[in-house]
Design a protein around this ligand. Structure first.
Ligand code: AMP
Ligand code: TRP
Length: 335
């Protein structure tokens, strides 16, 4: 049976990029594809400066939103990463498999590290080793498929390399996983800065649509989106990235009944008309998620119960493989 694993960091409020690039597929398709696990990867939120109370609050909010988006605890396993010790146990063995050069080449480390240094902040060692922990998240469960947005491609490649290397050195232990990406909206861009991805932690948030934004706020953000100079609506991701982003969002939100962004472009003469349709489509896609979130948020006991059971199941699935990896490298079994 196919095994699926994916994760999301509680570093900020969930965005339309998270939803279209990853979470919607988890709920609509991936959870039914076999045995699926989804994790709020809270340890990954500690790689940059963080406020403890906020990480705690966001972890519960992300879990609640994942349920609101349609993850069904009767179908898949939803849990918080730090509740299952196997991730960190395995991460150390993979630190002994990866090389420092390999880690320093990771694009996210180079970008985030450079940003922190420019701001005069120190760079945590865990920012460098973070992709190894992500590899452990995936390999601990023997996942075949990792549904993620485009920005995670390099991390999944690293995970594959580590699995192959470990297996060659110590014997067949890990499944070699592959990334699975959505056809449209694998990379939703910031509405104010179409050269950057729409991210949870962007400082100015005018270009970021959050899942819990009120409809009027969503509308305002979309109507103020930066478009490109030139007139006429055309799908040209390189020459007109702002308009291309809006067309991709519209396509992903079901505007035009399944037409791709290039075909959708033909139906518009002005940016204004396009933006109005994008705003309507996004508001409609988010409406059921917001409504369900409000219901679930009123019942914290339910969400906590789901997470407790999820962690129990996840532990059961990871334990044997991680123990096997410990023995394979020559560590004494715990008896
Ligand atoms: P993160 O917010 O970095 O924890 O990401 C959780 C998931 O959402 C990952 O699979 C990302 O690839 C995906 N994701 C995050 N931002 C975007 C975006 N702007 N467009 C598409 N996918 C995204
Ligand atoms: N690194 C991922 C991100 O930034 C989150 C993540 C952590 C993840 N562990 C994972 C995604 C394992 C997929 C599988 O989005």
């Amino acid at each position: 049976m196919t095994r699926v694993f994916s994760g999301i960091k509680p570093t900020g409020h969930m965005t339309l990029g998270n939803y279209l690039g990853a979470v919607r597929q988890w709920a609509e398709v991936d959870q039914y594809r076999g045995e699926a696990l989804f994790s709020v990867v809270d340890l990954h939120a500690l790689t940059v400066e963080h406020e403890p109370a906020r990480v705690l609050r966001l972890s519960r909010q992300v879990a609640t939103l994942l349920l609101a988006a349609g993850l069904d605890p009767a179908v898949c396993t939803l849990f918080v990463q730090s509740h299952v010790d196997e991730h960190v146990r395995l991460s150390y063995l993979l630190e002994c498999t990866a090389t420092d050069g390999e880690m320093r080449r990771m694009i996210q480390y180079r970008e985030k590290g450079a940003r922190a240094r420019a701001a005069g902040e120190s760079v945590r060692l865990s920012l460098l080793t973070y992709p190894v922990l992500m590899a452990a998240d995936i390999l601990a469960y023997g996942a075949d498929e990792v549904p993620v947005g485009d920005d995670q491609t390099q991390h999944v490649e690293l995970t594959r390399d580590l699995a192959v290397r470990f297996n060659q050195r110590y014997g067949q232990t890990f499944v070699v996983p592959r990334a699975v990406k959505p056809e449209v909206a694998a990379r939703v861009m910031d509405l104010q800065d179409p050269a950057s991805k729409m991210g949870k932690t962007t400082a100015g948030t005018g270009g970021v649509v959050f899942l819990l934004d009120e409809p009027e706020v969503v509308r305002k953000k979309v109507m103020r989106a930066v478009t490109d100079s030139g007139s006429g609506v055309e799908y040209d991701p390189v020459g007109r990235p702002g308009v291309a982003n809006l067309l991709e969002i519209l396509a992903a939100c079901g505007g035009g009944d399944g037409s791709g962004p290039a075909v959708l472009a033909e139906g518009y003469a002005t940016y204004g008309a396009l933006k109005r349709d994008v705003a309507d489509a996004v508001v409609e896609v988010l409406r059921p998620v917001r409504e369900r979130h409000a219901e679930l948020a009123a019942d914290a006991g339910y969400v906590d119960g789901v997470l407790r059971e999820g962690a129990e199941r996840a532990r059961g699935m990871a334990r044997g493989r991680v123990d096997g990896a410990y023995r394979a490298v020559g560590l004494m079994g715990r008896g």
